[in-house]
Design a protein around this ligand. Sequence first.
Ligand SMILES: C[S@@+](CC[C@H](N)C(=O)[O-])C[C@H]1O[C@@H](n2cnc3c(N)ncnc32)[C@H](O)[C@@H]1O
Length: 292
Amino acid sequence: MHLNYDDPIAWLDHRYTCDVQARNASIEKKFVSFFNPHESVLHITDVGAGTATNVCYYFDKLKHQQEWTLIERYDFLLQAARERLRKLAEQQGYLWDEQSDRVQLIDNNKRATIRFVNGDVEHLEELTDMEQTDVLVANAFYDLISFDQFDALIGKIARHNIAFLSTLNYYETSFYPFQEEDHQVMRWYHMHMKRPQPFGIAMGADCCEEMLDLLTQHHLMIEQESSQWHLKRSNTTMQHYILHFIEIALAELNLTFEEQDLFSQWLKTRKKQLHDRSLEIIVDHNDIFATE
Ligand SMILES: C[S@@+](CC[C@H](N)C(=O)[O-])C[C@H]1O[C@@H](n2cnc3c(N)ncnc32)[C@H](O)[C@@H]1O
């Protein structure tokens, strides 16, 4: 199988199907019903928006007229987002209107206006209209930012009384059949998520716990449920991706020769199992909905 691991657009495309299956139905219901009484346009800001996954997923599910602001630090992903939405309109028979800074999807009487904003979540207040925003959404995002960045972000949304929805918050990865070395390999993988970066240390696999702590400190009402990927034996594409991500992460750590040896034996076994279709991978996440 040929996978271009260097193409983030392809990766986000592949994970979309798994995310759709994993998104927690009860959290989604709470989010949708919370906004049911909201009669006017729903203003949604999506942080770490990637290729507009959340718009694709929620446009249909929300009954509202929608105004989306997609915040993403890589402009090429926003270009891909625009293209993806154009294709969605074509496939679903939505009307499509395109301007330089925004696009519109129109399905009978329902319309979504989507603005693309290239920038870092640190500057949230300059990138979106906080006064107008009703809900801040994110999918597979908060493991990538630091505790301090999240603290600042929650302070801002609490000040503006903005609801908070975050899906697919990474928690842990397990492999079947079990191997004694799994625990050690995952410890290294999670250490790599917490390597020093220009903005600080990402929350990584601690994001669920740290987010819940901070949301509680800000006195928000919190709902949380699990959203698990179960990558069955047949899902070799996603399994290839997971093993690849672990391999490149561990190559960036200063492992001793002995540790490198343990890891390469582990990887060899896991790749063989993948090839023989005897491997299953579970990736645990949670979904959180929080309001004032
Ligand atoms: C795992 S991807 C998820 C993308 C999209 N939400 C989805 O579900 O397909 C995380 C995204 O967050 C973006 N990102 C990471 N850190 C960011 C930051 N500090 N500010 C804005 N975007 C960021 C990345 O470029 C990437 O597109």
